[in-house]
Structure formats: C-alpha cells, structure tokens
Design a protein around this ligand. Structure first.
Ligand code: URP
Ligand code: ZN
Ligand code: ZN
Length: 460
C-alpha cells in the first residue's frame, strides 16, 4: 500500500523544507507540494511535526555472550525498542569468542537476526583472532556484504587482539576497502590498574573509572592511530568518551590518518558520579570506557556540532541489575559492562541536544543518521529523505512530553539508566521501507520484516 505524508517539515542533514512525501513499494518515489494520494494510500498529516530520515545506530549489541553471561535483548525485543525510539537501521557487532571461527561467528549472528529482526540491520564483523584461516573466511564474509570490521584493543584474553593480529587485520582491511571500527583502551594498563585497585580494597563499581582512566583510552587511540598511519587503513573509533582520547584522534587526523569518531549518548548526558551511587546501584552505570568527569560533556557536544566527532551511537548492551550486574558484587571487574539505551538515544539527543541549542535539527540528522550511512556505505539508500531512498521515515512530535522509565520501555532489561528523565518529543510514526512500524510509542510492525543490508566496501 502506498503511503503519503502530507505537510512534512523534511529535515535532512543539509536541507530543510516543507513538502509531501509519497512512498510506494519500499521506496520514496516523489517529494512535492500538494501530491494527490493514489487510491488506497494511507495518508498521514505531519503538520506541526518534523520528518527525519530513519535514524541509524552504528553500534549495538543485541546478541552478546560477554563476561560469563548474555546481554538481555534478542533481535525481536532489541529491534522493536530501536524502532519505538526512531532507529530504523542498526549495526550489530559480531563478537565471536577467540575459539570460534569468523565463519561460525557470522553464521551465529545471522541466525539470531533472521526471522526476528523488526528493523533493518547490518554487521561490523568482529576480528577476535587473526590467522590464515580467518583471513580466508573474512574475505568471504566481506563478499557476502559486510563492509566493516571490529577490533578490540581491550578485553585481554577475551575479544582483544595482539599487535600482530591488529597489523594483519588492518592490512587485509586496506586491501579490501573495509573500514575498521575499534574499541580503544590499552588492555595491559587496564589489567594492571584493576589488579592494584582490587589489592587495595577498591572492589565496588565506583572503582571501575580509575581502572580505565582517560589516559588508558587515549593510549588505545594513539596506538590504533600509529598502526592506521602505517597501513593506510580507514578507521572508526567507537565509543570515544573524553577529551584526552579526542585529542589523539584529531592529532592523527591532522597528520592525514583516515579516522572517524563515534561517541555515545551515555557520555553526552551521564557522568562518572552515576557509577558512584551507593548500594551497588552504580553497577547500572558500569560500561567501558567508563562514564567520565562531567567536564567532558560540553567538549563532546561541541565536537559533534563542529564535525570533529561524526556519529552518536548507543553501544546498547543490556544486563539486568537484579541478576546479572551482581556477578561483580565483590569485584567490580566482573560486573557485566554495558548501559542500555537503544530506545532512548534520539529522544535524549533531541531533548538535551536540539532543545538546549547544542545541535540544530540538521546536525541531529547528520550525527544520528546520515554520517553513519555515508561512512558505512549505506548512503543514499539510507540516511536521507529523497526520491529513490528507502522509505524509512520518522515523523517526530516536538509537542510530546513524557518520562523515560523501565515501566514503559520496550527494551528487555530490568532498569532504565535515565529513569524519570523528562523528554521533550518522540516519534509518533516510524516507517521501515514504506511500512508503518510504530504508532504513538507502540510497535505495530511485523516481526521478522527487518532485512540484512549488504554493503560494498569503499574505503580503499
Ligand atoms: O561496556 C561496554 N561498552 N559494553 C559492550 C562491549 C563493548 O566494549 O562495546
Ligand atoms: Zn567496546
Ligand atoms: Zn560495543
């Protein structure tokens, strides 16, 4: 059935104007003034609302075996939550353990998504070990449409790669035009600091920050940048949290290194005092890199507005407060790392970014949709409202007022990190490839309709 959105305040990353949007099949077919609805079309009046291209979350974990447990969402709950929050495409990190082959890892994650995903999805292929066999399999996975890798410089003994593996992965990526996304923290420094803190009796969640201080992250970025400079590989730093790390990325960029930077909604609105909450409540706010001193927030907002930081993701990694976070009750190094936020990213960016004058509407679209589409080879199919693009649209109601709460969330986890926070707007309609998936905060789409998006690498 055709869909006609009337009187849309169309907000792209580089344009803003009012018109009607006609969607037929799965695409936008026409944008014009006063389009007459084709017979049988659903007509949505968007007067008083903004219409954004579907938002893209460049960093999520839906299926994540990690730290002796599994993240709580599955593809059905996680992608429904994404959609309710206005995200129509997710990138998930395929994170095989070191003893699982890349081919098995890719197949495992595909099986998790197929038949369950409600929004479109694609993968960053985690390289958690590198040898001749994995290289062969990685080439094949790239041919199957995965145009980006993920490496961890942290998590010693789990996902982390050594320097030889890092070098080989970057060389292969360069040859294939693949961009390499990277978790940047120096794993040796983390391990040593964790040991010292525990030995001196610092066992609670508040110690997590000091086991991974800004210099540890900056050192990870510096390390990656040296390797990227020598291999010429295009890189993307995930979840950058602080000034020290940003300085390293910018300095490398000025030396000619191809590097993009992602920050997270958590670093923009939460700070390290949350992880210091008493009675183990701080565990809700343990993630890596850790929440930082509040002074970093304005730096990150400014860096987004000026284009130094390119994207805002969530690194959605939900672990229950009741049964999973307590795995680290007596030892903060065992608290499963992650702060869920797939559902809340856009409403928080709108409320704390746009409404507070830190981002324009167009910058919101750039950092939460278009830039990810461009960096990761989905543009102009995704990330823009124009004829020919997929009809992924977010009709956003700026007059909505409500509160974030575990009581009304869709994501499958027993707490909300932003409990009771007011939001000043929310999606009233969300479409994926021309079909309405959300109406007024409720998922109304079809489970399993989400499609795997094949991407052709372009970063030669
Ligand atoms: O704390 C985090 N970030 N958890 C998810 C795994 C990762 O490092 O991205
Ligand atoms: Zn990470
Ligand atoms: Zn992550």
């Amino acid at each position: 059935m055709a869909l006609l959105i009337k009187n849309a305040d169309i907000v792209n990353s580089d344009t803003r104007y009012t018109a009607d949007i006609l969607c037929e099949g799965e695409r936008i077919t026409r944008i014009d003034k006063d389009i007459t609805p084709p017979s049988g079309a659903e007509v949505i009046d968007a007067t008083g609302k903004h219409v954004f291209p579907g938002f893209i979350d460049p960093h999520t974990h839906i299926y994540l075996p990690f730290m002796g447990t599994y993240s709580k969402d599955n593809y059905e709950t996680g992608t429904k939550a994404a959609l309710v929050g206005g995200t129509t495409t997710i990138f998930e990190m395929v994170c095989p353990s070191r003893d699982m082959s890349p081919a098995d890892g890719f197949a495992t994650w595909q099986a998790q998504a197929e038949g369950k995903a409600c929004c479109d999805y694609t993968f960053h292929m985690g390289v958690t070990r590198f040898d001749a066999d994995s290289a062969k399999q990685l080439r094949d996975i790239v041919k199957q449409g995965v145009g980006s890798f993920k490496i961890f410089l942290a998590y010693k003994g789990a996902f982390g790669v050594d320097d030889t593996e890092l070098w080989e992965t970057l060389k292969l990526a360069k040859e294939l035009g693949v961009i390499v996304t990277a978790h940047c923290e120096n794993e040796t420094l983390v391990a040593q600091l964790q040991k010292e803190l525990l030995a001196s009796g610092h066992t609670g969640p508040e110690a997590h920050h000091d086991s991974r201080p800004p210099r540890v992250e900056a050192e990870g970025v510096h390390h990656l940048m040296s390797f990227a400079a020598m291999t010429g590989t295009h890189t993307y730093i995930v979840h950058l949290s602080c000034l020290e790390a940003l300085r390293e990325a910018i300095a490398a960029r000025e030396r000619g290194v191809n590097v993009f930077v992602e920050t997270l909604i958590q670093y923009l609105v939460l700070d390290k005092t949350y992880a210091e909450k008493p009675d183990f409540e701080g565990a809700k706010f343990v993630m890596s890199p850790p929440l930082r001193d509040v002074s970093n927030q304005n730096i990150l907002w400014d860096a987004l507005a000026s284009g130094l930081v390119n994207t805002v993701g969530t690194d959605h990694a939900p672990f229950d407060f009741k049964d999973q976070k307590p795995m680290g009750k007596d030892d903060f190094t065992k608290i499963p790392n992650g702060i869920p936020s797939i559902e809340d990213r856009i409403n928080l960016l709108y409320t704390h970014g746009v409404k507070k004058g830190r981002l324009t509407l167009q910058q919101l679209v750039a950092v939460a949709s278009t830039n990810a589409a461009k960096i990761f080879d989905l543009y102009p199919r995704k990330g823009v409202i124009q004829p020919g693009a997929d009809a992924d649209l977010v009709v956003y109601d700026p007059s909505y007022r409500g509160k974030l709460s575990v009581k009304n969330q869709t994501q499958n986890v027993d707490y909300n990190a932003f409990e009771g926070w007011e939001i000043e707007g929310r999606p009233s309609i969300v479409t994926v490839r021309g079909a309405v998936a959300v109406r007024d905060g409720k998922f109304v789409g079809k489970v399993g309709r989400g499609r795997f998006l094949k991407r052709q690498p372009s970063h030669f």
